[in-house]
Design a protein around this ligand. Structure first.
Ligand code: NAP
Length: 342
């Protein structure tokens, strides 16, 4: 029998890739959108990417901030992939205002899933819930780690993901009623986009590739291809041993922003002229971090231990990234070029 999956947030960068892979694998897929007005755009994007089995896709309106339709969305579903979450990078006036929908949204989803007897929910969490406050570069960050929610410099967005994941595990422990649950914790997601809607993490690449970043801070990053993130969700959804587990989604190793700039200059010569060759001295970032919110966030990122293990996903789920960190960056840059975003 065909497994039935609900994907929340089918309009998103990751959500659309999720729909594409699930349909191509033959699943019966329903997706939530905040407005059914988005339906045609999603269908057009999927068609433009040669999707199979489009007749197996249905849409339903649901908002993380409202109770309406969540149970109807899950009524006949075996699995839920909880992808939707507010994604924002500006510094909010009131942090709790932007954090609340993330926490309340996942609890709404878990409550509806327990009532409708869904087998398993896989939540797209974030590496921000795992390793953002580990500054000890002699250690390796694993799924056992949790970011300190009170750390100075943790952005409201990362905090929203951290608190939502914590609330979800607490719910599963106390009110889960046998509902299986797992989380995927991706680092910065790159790789190809299916249309001109790219994820917030692409802003950094845009800054480098467009030349608007005049001096490139020497910050190390972990990256992952969006197709690998989808693959990991599907494996976590179907592998018996994945229930009750968190999985970091990251390709092997780390790559610094100056290395990304050098890579773009070498492999995408049409952009070489505009990509800055100037690396920001570490001391300058530190000084600027006392006066400027973006530099403060940069300094926080610079101090974060980037020795990150993806061994758990490999061992329990048999997951294997399709490419290197360089491939993830270059396919993302390719999309920026393809959709005239740089
Ligand atoms: P995205 O393109 O901005 O997608 C976010 C999705 O969430 C959209 O479908 C959006 O719907 C939906 N959404 C936002 N607020 C909602 C609400 N109140 N009710 C219902 N739906 C809502 O971002 P993305 O990069 O694909 O992110 C997808 C997931 O991956 C998120 O959970 C994000 O935290 C996580 N993640 C992303 C990265 C990354 O580097 N991109 C890294 C780690 C984790 P609308 O189209 O209606 O706005």
């Amino acid at each position: 029998m065909t497994d039935k999956v609900l994907v929340t947030g089918g309009t998103g960068f990751l959500g659309m890739q999720m729909l594409l892979q699930l349909l191509n694998k033959g699943y019966d897929v329903r997706t939530t959108v905040r407005s059914l007005k988005s339906k045609d755009k999603v269908l057009t994007t999927l068609r433009n990417n040669e999707v199979s089995n489009l007749d197996r896709l249905s849409f339903i309106e649901a908002d993380l901030s409202k109770d309406d339709n969540w149970e109807a969305a899950m009524a006949d579903r075996d699995y839920v992939l909880s992808v939707a979450s507010p994604v924002f990078f500006e510094i909010p006036k009131d942090e709790s205002e932007v954090i609340r929908p993330a926490i309340e949204g996942i609890i709404r989803i878990l409550k509806a899933a327990t009532r409708t007897k869904v087998k398993r929910v896989v939540m797209t969490s974030n590496f921000g819930a795992v390793g953002f406050t580990n500054q000890d570069w002699q250690t390796v960050t694993t799924e056992k780690d949790w970011t300190d929610e009170n750390a100075k410099g943790l952005s409201a967005y990362e905090k929203s993901k951290l608190l939502a994941e914590k609330a979800a595990w607490k719910f599963i422990e106390t009110e889960g009623n046998g509902l299986e649950f797992a989380t995927i914790n991706p680092v910065a997601i790159f790789g190809p986009s299916l249309d001109s809607h790219v994820s917030g993490s692409f802003d950094l690449l845009k800054g480098i590739a467009s030349g608007s970043m005049k001096m490139i801070p020497n910050i190390q990053l972990n990256v992952v291809d969006v197709r690998d993130v989808v693959d990991l969700h599907i494996r976590a959804m179907t592998t018996p041993g994945a229930a009750g587990q968190r999985f970091i989604a990251s390709t092997d190793g780390m790559i610094s922003m100056p290395e990304i700039a050098a890579l773009i200059r070498k492999e995408r010569p049409q952009l070489a002229e505009q990509v800055s060759k100037r690396t920001m001295p570490n001391g300058l970032l530190k000084i600027a971090s006392h006066f400027n919110a973006t530099a403060k966030e940069g300094q926080f990122m610079a101090e974060m231990n980037r020795n990150v293990s993806n061994a758990k996903a490999r061992e329990i789920l048999g997951w294997k990234p399709i490419g290197t960190k360089e491939d993830a960056v270059l396919t993302a840059v390719e999309s920026l070029l393809k959709y005239d975003l740089v």
